[in-house]
Every structure is written in structure tokens, then in C-alpha cells.
Ligand binder design. Sequence first.
Ligand code: ZN
Length: 281
Amino acid sequence: ELSYQEKETSAYIAQQLRKLGFEPQVGIGGYGVKAVLSSAQGVVHEAPNLGWREVPLRKMVEERTGLPVWLENDTNVAALGEYRFGAGQRTSPMVYLGLGTGIGAGIIIDGQLYRGIGGGAGEVGHIVIEPEGPPCGSGHPGCWEALASGTAIGRMAREAIEQGRGDTLLRLAGGDPGRVTGRIVAEALRQGDGTARAIIQQAGAYLGMGLASVINFMNPALIVIGGGVAARLLDPLLEAARPEIERRAFPALWKQVRIVPAGLKETSAALGAASLPHFGY
Ligand SMILES: [Zn+2]
């Protein structure tokens, strides 16, 4: 039995497609929605933010539209978009890293997405960096995304305010610590604020620790970094990350990898999803 919201989502997708004049084929990339799904089965196993479990989204949209539908998660379609049309330039092995409120990866090996046995591969945000560190969104202590994501940057900024070191941050947030996010820290950094610089230095060091693990584990030719935090802060974060990568990655592997910003910005996921019917998964 499907919930009202589940039925409404498929109806909304069908309605938007009708407005576009019924494209003959459809690729859906759970755009901006965190979901563990099986593209082979067309089923969303788990979408915590929506409260979904085992929703047969592909079948639902196919029934509503009469069109064949492809389903894939947001980080994977962003990886395909960058690989096919953006900074990836069809280089593999490639790791696309989505650096936003969390951290996730889309992995391309021999030109194909690597999904693991059930579609869940690429959850690199849950590599353990600090065993007793702050919890990630799933409650695990000390995950990479609890230390180097936009959420982590916001948390560090609010801690700085509590400790009386965040006057600029607080002013930029209109006096409300609850409104301090990665975006505010980026603005403070642009204005030369020392606290913002220290926060980015710390988050960047954590970014480097995780990147060293990705490099050692995957020996990728290319790491493409996209997402909202990367769009605003990638250069200073990578500057702080490099010493940690050099300390921890095998020099031969570090020499073989290039780290570049996403080329398509916020359209990488949409283009990757739109490419599914043409190129396949
Ligand atoms: Zn975690």
C-alpha cells in the first residue's frame, strides 16, 4: 500500500513530463534526494528524508506515462553527467565526489557505473575518520561527512560562535546562530575572517584524509568534485587537503590522479539522468 506522498510524486513527475510534450523516453535521477535504490529493479529501497521504503517508483511512473523509465540515484547520475559531458571527459577509473550537506561518490570503472551487489556502492561519506567524532546523519560516530561536509562546516561555525570566536559569522547570519551554514562561512572567508579560515583549514584537512583513502583504495585516474560546498569552497578546501593527501596517500598513486572541479555545476545530475535512455546505465 503506497502512501499519499508516494502516489503524488509519481503523479507530479507524469504531469511535468506531459508539460514537456512527452519525450519518448525518460531518465529519472532522484534529484537532490538521498536514496538507496536498485536501478535494475526500479525500486527505491530507502529514502530517509521522504520516509520511503520499497517504493516501486519506476513502475509507478511508467504506468502513469506509458513511457519507459530509467531510475538512478542523484550522485550516480551526477557522476555519469560529469563523465559523459563534463570534467570527466570519459576518463576512468573516475570517482565523482558530491560534496554538499553530506559526502557521496559515484564510481565509474571501465566507462560503467560501479553499483555493488544491490546499488548501494559509493557511500564514501561513511568512511571512519575519527572513531569518537561527531555523528553523521545516520548516527555513526566520526564519519567523513560528519567532519568535512557543509553540515560539518556549519557545525564548526556554530561551535565557534558559542565560544565567542564567531562575530563575523554571526553578523552575516543576521544574529541567528541557527542560520549559520557553509554558505555563510564562505562569505566570511571572502571577507578575510580568521575564524572562517580556521574552519575551512580544519574541514579541508579532513577532506584530505578521506581523499587519501579514496586514492589508496581506488587508484583512480580522476576525481571530480561537485556539489554545493565544492561550488563555493573547493579551492581553499583543496589547498588545506593537499598536505594531508601527501602525508597519507601512496606517492605513486597520488601522482597518477588529477582532482578537478565539476564542469557542469548543478546540471550534472540532470544531464546524467537525461543520458540514461540514450547511453544506458
Ligand atoms: Zn555515517
